[in-house]
Every structure is written in structure tokens, then in C-alpha cells.
Design a protein around this ligand. Structure first.
Ligand code: FMN
Length: 337
């Protein structure tokens, strides 16, 4: 009976995504590749490939490899500032990718049309109600509302506040998925009851058995508690720095030095603001790679959300989804009683 309620509350999300459980595994650069993505979709959730800084040829190969591991739908996350964004959209179209998630800012001119012309559904991040309305008006098919608790690049507002501001206003118009700080099914039940079509989790899946993250990366997650996942600090107000949440380590301190270096380059006129932003993003991409792939947990970036304290061991993706669904079902049952 209660499972029926959970199924009903998730129906809009599952229909939109074409899967059994309206739980997305948010794209995580270097982590969300063929293995984690296919495991997620095969387990009834929804996997998303992180394109990050991949070239069109690399993305093409990753989609092909993912398709070889699953026949279920999955998405591709593209970063708006990628210099070859339109070529990447073409690669997705050539594979009939059903869902594209655009991250890193508002969709550049022409990108919404390019994505939708080829039949894919477009999901965008809405960091505020005004932007949610603007994105809906411009033809975006679904929204992700992601709060400050999340791992990776973050906005300034808590998930709970964004959910209260955006769900009542937007959830009738289009499916809205809530992300950031979700570690258990009780929270999923609550957001579904508030009108969410589903949820997106990253941190909780980063250390799944199928994740290729280095054992040292996973171990750092298992040891960490919520307060270890801190937001980076901006040292120069001129720098267009989007804060990043990651586990406190030397790599996090190196970011302060990197900002000083880029600020000095700006002062000397040797780079402009666009190049400065690109240098900052390259810093993070390189640091994350060193931690995820090479296992450098001191000098690399251990991007993680505050839900990291709820990640205690390596588990198959299917078990994590089953746990989250069971917890959500029990929570709904309790309320009904
Ligand atoms: C290691 C890591 C890397 C991430 N990389 C990306 C990325 O490349 N693109 C993106 O849109 N989001 C990225 N995210 C955010 C996740 O997709 C997801 O929205 C977020 O983790 C959800 O919040 P949670 O960490 O509290 O579960 C990343 C998160 C983590 C933990």
C-alpha cells in the first residue's frame, strides 16, 4: 500500500526519466563514467555521464561504451562553458541520448533549440525561483534544484530553503528534482511530498562498488563526517569563483594559492576574466582527477557533500537504491498511520 504511495509520488519522475525509481545519480566528473552510469540505470535508477572537459571524440566513446553495458536510458551532463558545447550536443544526438543535463550556468544562446531539435529532453539547474521561471519559459523540460549542502560546485542557498521556494511555484508546470544533502530515504519522501518529481544524489553513490574511484578516495569518504565537507573560500572579490564543497585537505588549501596566482595574472593584465575563470575550472578538474583516479587524497580534490557522513561502506548501486526506496516507503507508511 505504502509502496504504492511511493510509486505514485515518483510517477511523474519515473515517467519523465523512463526508469523505475526517480533517483538520479548526479554526474560527477571522473566518477560518472560507463560503469557507475550503467549500474545506476540497470538498477532502476537514472545514471548520468559526466562529460566535464571531454572532447567530442571521448564523449562519443564513453556513450558507446555505456550503451554496451545497459539498454536502459541514461543522461549526459554537459558544462555550458565547454568551448565545443555544440559539437558535444551533436555527439549526443548521433547516439539518440534521451536526456541532457546542462550545468555551469544558463544555457548559451541556441543550445536549448539545438538539444530539443534532436528530440532530447533538457534538464537544467535552477539556483533561484526567478531563474526557475525563466528556464521554464525558455522551454526547459525539467529542473534540478540543488542546495549548498551538495558536493562539487555549489550555490549559496540550502536545499531545504530552495525546495520550499521553488517546489510550490514550479512543480505543477514541470518535473522538479531536488539535490544536495540527501543521504536517506526519509528525506526523499519529504521532498516528494512537497511536490518533487524525484531526487538527485551524488555523494551517496560516489563510493558504490561499481564506482571506479580509487580505494584511497573511497576510504577518505568512509572516514569523513558532515563537518569535514567544507566550502572553498573566495579570496579576491573580483575573481569569478564558484565555491566548491570538498573534504578539507592540502588540496583545498592549494586553491587559496591558485586564486592568488590567478589574481596576480589579472593584475598584470596577462589574462582576462574569461581566461581567469577557465584557469580556476582547470585547477578543479585536475585536482579532482588526481584524487579520483590517482588516489592522491592529500593534494587532490575530494569533492563531497555534507551527506558524506552517511557514506560508511562500499555497496553495490542496487543495494543503495533499494535501501533509499525502503526508507522512503517506511517514512510514508509512518505518516499514513
Ligand atoms: C565528486 C563530485 C563531482 C561532481 N561533478 C559534477 C559535474 O561534473 N557536473 C555537475 O553538474 N555536478 C557535479 N557534481 C554534483 C552532483 O552531480 C550532484 O548534483 C551532487 O553531488 C548532489 O548533492 P550531494 O553530493 O549532496 O548528493 C559533483 C559532485 C561530486 C561529489
Amino acid at each position: 500500500m505504502t509502496n504504492a504511495k511511493l510509486t505514485a509520488l515518483m510517477a511523474r519522475g519515473t515517467q519523465f526519466l523512463g526508469c523505475d525509481s526517480a533517483i538520479l545519480c548526479g554526474a560527477m566528473s571522473w566518477v560518472s563514467e560507463r560503469h557507475l552510469v550503467s549500474a545506476m540505470s540497470n538498477a532502476g535508477g537514472f545514471g548520468v555521464i559526466a562529460c566535464g572537459a571531454m572532447t567530442p571524440a571521448l564523449l562519443d566513446a564513453e556513450i558507446t561504451a555505456t550503451k554496451a553495458l545497459t539498454t536502459k536510458p541514461f543522461g549526459v551532463n554537459l558544462i555550458t562553458m565547454h568551448p565545443q558545447l555544440f559539437d558535444l550536443i551533436d555527439v549526443c544526438a548521433s547516439h539518440d541520448v534521451t536526456h541532457i543535463v546542462l550545468a555551469g550556468g544558463l544555457p548559451p544562446k541556441g543550445s536549448i533549440e539545438a538539444i530539443k531539435a534532436k528530440g532530447a529532453k533538457l534538464i537544467c539547474f535552477a539556483p533561484a525561483l526567478a531563474l526557475a521561471k525563466k528556464l521554464a519559459r525558455s522551454g526547459v523540460d525539467a529542473l534540478i534544484v540543488e542546495g549548498h549542502e551538495a558536493g562539487g560546485h555549489i550555490g549559496p542557498v540550502a536545499t531545504s530553503v530552495l525546495a520550499q521556494e521553488i517546489l510550490p511555484e514550479m512543480s505543477e508546470q514541470l518535473p522538479v528534482f531536488v539535490a544536495g544533502g540527501i543521504g536517506r530515504g526519509e528525506a526523499i519522501a519529504a521532498y516528494l511530498e512537497m511536490g518533487a518529481a524525484g531526487v538527485q544524489l551524488g555523494t551517496r553513490f560516489a563510493c558504490a562498488t561499481e564506482s571506479i574511484a580509487h580505494p584511497a578516495f573511497k576510504k577518505a569518504f568512509f572516514r569523513a563526517s558532515a563537518r569535514d565537507a567544507i566550502a572553498s573560500v573566495q579570496i579576491d572579490p573580483r575573481l569569478p569563483v564558484i565555491p566548491v564543497r570538498a573534504l578539507k585537505n592540502v588540496g583545498m588549501e592549494n586553491f587559496t594559492a591558485k586564486q592568488r596566482e590567478v589574481a596576480n595574472l589579472l593584475d598584470s593584465g596577462s589574462v582576462d576574466m574569461g581566461e581567469a575563470q577557465l584557469q580556476i575550472e582547470h585547477f578543479w578538474a585536475g585536482a579532482l582527477r588526481r584524487a579520483v583516479i590517482d588516489g592522491d587524497v592529500d593534494g587532490g580534490s575530494l569533492m563531497a557533500g555534507q551527506s558524506v557522513g552517511m557514506v560508511t561502506k562500499e555497496e553495490p548501486v542496487a543495494d543503495i537504491i533499494a535501501q533509499l526506496m525502503a526508507e522512503a516507503a517506511v517514512a510514508l507508511e509512518r505518516r499514513a498511520a
